[in-house]
Structure formats: structure tokens, C-alpha cells
Design a protein around this ligand. Structure first.
Ligand code: S3P
Length: 665
């Protein structure tokens, strides 16, 4: 296990030829949050087994403790010694919800009614999520909530009691509905919430189980205030949202047959199953049963040929957390997949429409972002994604979805960053994957610096490597050494098969000298200075267009990817050799500027050349390098382009190091 994960860790999962297994996923996140909150407000003890010990749910549990609720945990079950509706105590400090939107919105319903003040805070992601959706109805009930711009931190003033309302919610959100129902516990009379579509119903189900008077009439839920809640025994079933990653993994895998046991299949949560089945997925529920008021089953999933569909709007609320994983299924399906009315996805732990579309596009998929969804042009079971560094953007579900892609495509150089929040919902994700022989691998970071000849990439690359204490790959010198070998062997650029054989046998190594400079040894002889000549450069550019020769030199370049990191300088480092590099820089400068720089370099070393000849040479090489069929000189799709014309070396270096600090180190 790689630990600790940071936002810059570069992760992937290994692949497995046959995916088999029978296992369970951790407890349902929504039910876990609610079990502690209701347990705390009840009288007597609530014993919870299967509680999800994820960062999100632990945030709720710790907040209840801060509010004076005694809770003990023997590692198997959690016992909440309820304090009753009026028993919460003022906390000494702020109440930190971390990444958990559910904690913040549900607890708001409770804190809004107290006769003491409190402050709910959250992490960076939670602090930009919309809170007006709960502030508005709670304020109508008499709460006094202060918030800057409708986002966290939320400050609740002491009020003591609330009044009931009948609220027509503009959005199908269980968090909004639950905040109002929980606040309704503290309001004399009947509080109702009506939603435009049915959202998950765990709050109303559990409230009824604890003894509250709940009336559900279609999309309208009513609660009678001031009930006496009674502690319960709650067995939390497995989370279908966590099972979804395994569903998609198995469906898209060539040879999979797995069973995820003991999963909550509450009808308001299984939109993912409806969608994946409509796409042709072989998913079956086995041994259906009811546990603590919730439907539970074992889910059997087999490899399937999937097809794209237009997602029916009525399935959206019940699949709202699973779309990142569903998009991965869509990429592996035949034909178009379309989702249009899921604007809510933009307000989750990240803007999931943007994060997932960017990831899919960077893997080469045609994917169109819509205001409320995406159109994905699925590539079918034989899809070969392009190598990439995918960004989970600190959103647990996006990160796990991208990791599923990495597990399906060991042939592709792919890593995922932004995975540091996976433990908010799925603390043993990597352990479970490991049990299925999909092992977590951490990749060594690479910064690629590509660009045309004379742009200064050699200097910038070696200075960057020196500043970071990383290895340096001057890939150009490999092609130049190969050119020298070709000249020594009297081979012409069109002697392709002999050149390829020579590349395979190339006796080449790099020595790092005392002063930090590197020396190139060809056939055990130092050739560093010889490699700099114009004629070698010209020959290198000619032979570099031979596809098989590039392949022969490929693994030699990849071998430079060693701890603690590599700066790779060349022409196709970001596009071909290291597509999963987390930072790709492409340097450019005008032909005139590059000719001037080259002229100075040559004059300094006593070589007399005419600027006109240099200009012609550079133009010819640019054309050859950028128009060759294999590995043409082009910026990677995700490259940062720096025009170095008019910039000093220090200025370019400083820009590269700023990018390095932002994206890599
Ligand atoms: C949740 C409700 C959903 C869901 C979230 C958990 C809950 O949010 O996305 O992960 O437990 O109530 P919305 O209700 O805002 O859609």
C-alpha cells in the first residue's frame, strides 16, 4: 500500500487476465451518517454494525461527540448513547465536516434548531459547494444562519425551536429533504417536503424505524415534530455506490465473473443498475432480503458487451453518485451515450461533468460536455485509450473511476492523480482491489520538456533536473549517438533495416561526471562533443523518422524513469514516450530567435557559420520533425506551451519550476 497519498501521488492499478471474486464492500455512507445522527437524538442506545469508518462518516461521528453525545466503538460495532432531542450540548470549537456534503447539510437541520450557537466548516471542496439550498428552507423555519456567499462556513445562532413549513424543493436532493425533515423534528406540528423527483429515502425510512411519525405520499414526505425517538440496532448494508466501481470494472473486463455480497438495493439507489442493465450489462440480484428496513442483495456481475443509451431522466436521482463510473462504462460501450438533465453533477465533490469529460477527452475519446451532462462516443470493448495522466481532482468517485480504467488497460501508460480523498467514502478500496489481484502501483513522476531544435530545451531540462535533484534524459543525444553510429558504419538514412538492427545493438551509456555534467559513451568511447555537430544533428533528424528505429530506442528511454523523478528532454517525450507525465512542457521560439541563439553558441565555441545557413537548416528540420509520420514534433494535448522568444534562461526556468511545484512536487 502506498502511503500517505497526496494529491500529487501518481497511481494506477495493475490488470488481471481473469477477474473472479466474491467479496463485500464497506457499509453504506448515507445510512452510516444517518445512523449516528438519529442514534444521538434518540433515547437509549443505538448499536450500529457495518458502520462505514470512512473520513466522511467519521466526521459526522466526531461532530456528534463534540456535541456531547457519548459514543464508543469496539472496532466491530459502534454504540451511540442517545441524548434525546433536547440533549445536545454546545461544542467548544468549530465542527469540521471535512469533505462531507452529507454531514454538513444533514447536521445543519439539527444545529439550526438548537438553543446554542455552532459553526460548521469544511475542506476546500466542501467550502465552495452550494448551501443556499438548505439555508433557504431552514431560515423559513426560523433558523438564523450566517454564511458568506451561501457557502461554508455556516454559523448557526441559538434559536431553541423552529416552526413547521411545507417546502416545495426545486431540486431532487436527499440532503435538502433530510435537512428539512431533521429540522422538522424540532418544530411543533407537521413539516412537509415535496421533491420534483424521488431522491434516496434513507432518512424517512430510518426516522420511521426510530419511532417518528412519517407519512410518505408519492414525492411528498411529512414528519410530525417533537417525537420521542428510541435507540435501535442498525445493521448497515454494503454501499451500492462503492459496488458500482466493481460493476463497471467487471462489465468492461474481458473475463469477469464476480459477486459483491450484501449490497443495499434500496430502489431509490439502484439507478446505476438500471442504467448498466439497459446498456446490456449482465447484472443480477441474488438472495434478496430486507435488513433494518432496507432491501439487500448479493450482486452477480459478468463481462458484457455494452451499448450506449440515452439515460432516462427518471433514473438520474437514483444514480446521482454513480455517473463517474457509468461514464467509464459508456466509454467501453458501442455507440453514443447521452445524459442531459444531471446538472447536479456539477455541484458534487467536484464538477463531475467537467472532471470526467476532461479525463475521457485526454484519453482520446470524443466526449461532448453539455450543461447538464455529456455525450460520449463509446469505443466498444476494444477501446485502446491513449496514455495519459488523469486527474481525479480530489473527488473520490472520479479518482476511483479513472483507476478502474487503468486496471482495464495495462497496455496503456496511464496514471491517476488527485486520489487523496478516496478514503472519504471507500477506505479499503485498494485493499479490495488487491484481493482481486489488481495491485496498486505508484509511478515515478516525469516532467517532459519538448520543443524544436535550438529552443533551449537542453539547458532548461538540465537546470530543472538539477533544481529538483532528478534524473535527466537527453533523448536527443540518443538519436545523435545513433546517427554517429550510422555514420561510423557508413549507413545511409534509407538503409532502414540495418539502422534498426544497429539501434537494437547500440552500445550506449551515460556517465554523470563529478561536476554534474553528463558524458555520452558510444562503444565505450566518450563522444559528447562530437554529438553536437550540425552534421550529426542533421543525420539524427533524418533517421529519427524511421518508425522501427524509434521503437528500438523506446524502452532505453523509458528505463530512465527512476526515483525520485525524471526530466525528459526531446521531441516526443510528452506525446509518445511518457504520455502519463504529470507535467508536459513544450518550448517554442521564433526561427530567427533560435538561429541567433545557435549562432552565438557556435561562435562561442569557435565555429564560423552564416546566420542564413542556420535559418535554412532550422526551417528544414522543423518541417521534417513536425511532418514526419511517426512521433511528429507536436505539443501533447495537455502540454503547457512556453514561448521563450525574448525570455532569459532564468525566466523560462522559473516558469517551469512554478509549473513543477503546481503539478508535480
Ligand atoms: C446523499 C445524497 C446525495 C448524494 C450524496 C449522499 C445523502 O446528494 O450525492 O453522496 O446521503 O443524502 P444530494 O441529495 O444533494 O443529491
Amino acid at each position: 500500500m502506498v502511503n500517505p497519498l497526496t494529491e500529487k501521488s501518481l497511481l494506477r492499478l495493475s490488470s488481471v487476465a481473469q477477474l473472479r471474486g466474491r467479496f463485500s464492500v464497506p457499509g453504506d455512507k448515507s445510512i452510516s451518517h444517518r445512523s449516528v445522527i438519529l442514534g444521538a437524538l434518540a433515547e437509549g442506545t443505538t448499536t450500529i454494525t457495518g458502520f462505514l469508518r470512512s473520513e466522511d462518516c467519521m466526521a459526522t461521528l466526531n461532530i456528534m461527540k463534540q456535541l456531547g453525545v457519548p459514543i464508543d466503538d469496539d472496532g466491530v460495532s459502534i454504540r451511540v448513547h442517545g441524548v434525546g432531542l433536547n440533549g445536545l450540548k454546545m461544542a467548544t470549537g468549530d465542527l469540521d465536516c471535512g469533505n462531507a456534503g452529507t454531514a454538513m447539510r444533514l447536521l445543519s437541520g439539527v444545529l439550526a434548531a438548537q438553543n446554542f450557537s455552532s459553526t460548521l466548516t469544511g475542506d476546500e471542496s466542501l467550502s465552495v459547494r452550494p448551501m443556499n439550498r438548505i439555508i433557504k428552507p431552514l431560515t423559513q423555519m426560523g433558523a438564523q444562519i450566517t454564511s458568506d456567499k451561501g457557502t461554508a462556513p455556516l454559523i448557526f445562532s441559538a434559536v431553541g425551536s423552529l416552526k413547521p413549513i411545507n417546502y416545495d424543493s426545486p431540486i431532487a436532493s436527499a440532503q435538502v429533504k433530510s435537512a428539512i425533515l431533521l429540522a422538522g423534528l424540532f418544530a411543533e406540528g407537521i413539516t412537509t417536503v415535496t421533491e420534483p423527483k424521488k431522491s434516496r429515502d434513507h432518512t424517512e425510512t430510518m426516522l420511521a424505524g426510530f419511532g417518528a411519525t412519517i407519512d410518505v405520499d408519492g414525492l411528498k414526505v411529512a414528519i410530525k415534530g417533537k417525537p420521542q425517538l428510541k435507540g435501535q440496532n442498525i445493521e448497515v448494508p454494503g454501499d451500492v455506490s462503492s459496488a458500482a466501481f466493481f460493476m463497471v470494472l467487471a462489465l468492461c473486463h474481458r473475463d469477469a465473473d464476480i459477486i459483491v455480497e450484501n449490497v443495499c438495493i434500496n430502489p431509490t439507489r439502484v439507478g446505476v443498475v438500471h442504467i448498466l442493465k439497459a446498456m446490456g450489462g449482465d447484472i443480477r440480484f441474488l438472495h434478496r432480503r430486507v435488513i433494518a428496513g432496507e432491501s439487500v442483495a448479493d450482486i452477480h456481475i459478468k463481462s458484457s458487451r455494452l451499448k450506449g443509451i440515452e439515460v432516462p431522466n427518471q433514473w438520474i436521482p437514483s444514480a446521482i453518485d454513480e455517473f463517474p463510473a457509468i461514464f467509464i462504462a459508456a466509454a467501453h460501450a458501442d455507440g453514443l451515450f447521452q445524459l442531459t438533465e444531471a446538472e447536479e453533477l456539477r455541484h458534487k465533490e467536484s464538477d463531475r461533468i467537467a472532471v470526467m469529460s476532461q479525463g475521457l477527452a485526454i484519453m482520446g475519446l470524443s466526449c461532448k460536455e453539455l450543461p447538464g451532462g455529456v455525450v460520449i462516443n463509446g469505443q466498444g470493448a476494444d477501446w485502446h485509450p491513449l496514455g495519459a495522466c488523469l486527474d481525479g481532482a480530489g473527488d473520490h468517485r472520479c479518482a476511483m473511476s479513472f483507476l478502474v480504467v487503468s486496471a482495464l488497460h495495462s497496455e496503456t501508460d496511464m496514471v491517476v492523480k488527485g486520489c487523496h480523498n478516496i478514503a472519504t467514502s471507500f477506505p479499503n478500496f485498494f485493499k479490495l482491489m488487491g484481493q482481486l489481484s489488481l495491485f496498486l502501483e505508484e509511478s515515478v513522476p516525469v516532467i517532459t520538456i519538448d520543443g524544436p531544435s535550438g529552443v533551449g530545451k537542453g539547458t532548461i531540462s538540465s537546470l530543472t533536473a538539477k533544481a529538483l535533484g532528478w534524473h535527466l534524459l537527453d533523448s536527443g543525444s540518443i538519436y545523435r549517438a545513433m546517427a554517429l553510429q550510422a555514420i561510423n558504419m557508413k549507413l545511409e538514412p534509407n538503409d532502414e533495416s540495418q539502422l534498426v538492427d544497429a539501434a537494437k545493438d547500440l552500445d550506449l551509456c551515460f556517465n554523470v561526471c563529478e561536476d554534474g555534467s553528463s558524458q555520452v559513451l558510444l562503444n565505450q568511447q566518450p563522444v559528447t562533443d562530437q554529438l553536437r555537430s550540425e552534421s550529426i544533428g542533421d543525420m539524427a533528424s533524418k533517421i529519427a523518422s524511421i518508425a522501427d528505429l524509434r521503437v528500438a530506442l523506446f524502452s532505453r528511454q523509458r528505463a530512465f524513469q527512476q526515483q525520485p523523478g525524471l526530466v525528459a528532454d526531446g521531441r516526443d517525450m510528452g506525446t509518445i514516450v511518457f504520455p502519463s507525465a504529470p507535467l508536459k512542457v513544450f518550448l517554442t521560439a521564433s526561427v530567427e530567435e533560435r538561429a541567433k541563439r545557435r549562432l552565438k553558441q557556435l561562435n562561442d565555441s569557435g565555429v564560423d557559420v552564416r546566420i542564413r545557413d542556420l535559418l535554412n537548416d532550422i526551417e528544414a528540420r522543423d518541417l521534417r520533425d513536425s511532418s514526419r509520420k511517426v512521433a511528429p514534433l507536436v505539443p501533447a494535448r495537455d502540454a503547457h506551451i512556453i514561448d521563450t522568444s525574448g525570455l532569459s534562461i532564468e525566466e523560462v526556468l522559473s516558469q517551469v519550476l512554478t509549473l513543477a511545484r503546481q503539478f508535480v512536487v
